[in-house]
Design a binder for this molecule. Structure first.
Ligand SMILES: [Zn+2]
Length: 78
């Protein structure tokens, strides 16, 4: 199966589905191939992945208002 290359715009559009593993096998593969060749999308995905991990860790800890405020201001800067 040959995978059609995707551009950065498509990669960013699929970013969150990729992280949530909601893409079908073909799109997932295309995404991975793009990330192999594109440093800027790769670092974007890594950034979002770390953010997501932090969010799920926080959710388990039942965040205090102070922590939620810090997340809000972090999100505003994105
Ligand atoms: Zn890219």
């Amino acid at each position: 199966m040959s995978t059609k290359p995707i551009d950065c715009e498509q990669a960013l559009r699929h970013l969150f589905e990729f992280l949530d593993r909601e893409l079908d096998a073909h799109d997932h593969e295309a995404m991975q191939q793009h990330l192999h060749t594109c440093k800027s999308c790769f670092s974007r995905v890594e950034f979002e992945r770390r953010l997501k991990e932090r969010f799920s860790a926080l959710r388990q800890d039942d965040p205090t208002p102070a922590v939620s405020g810090r997340i809000q201001s972090l999100l505003k800067r994105l």
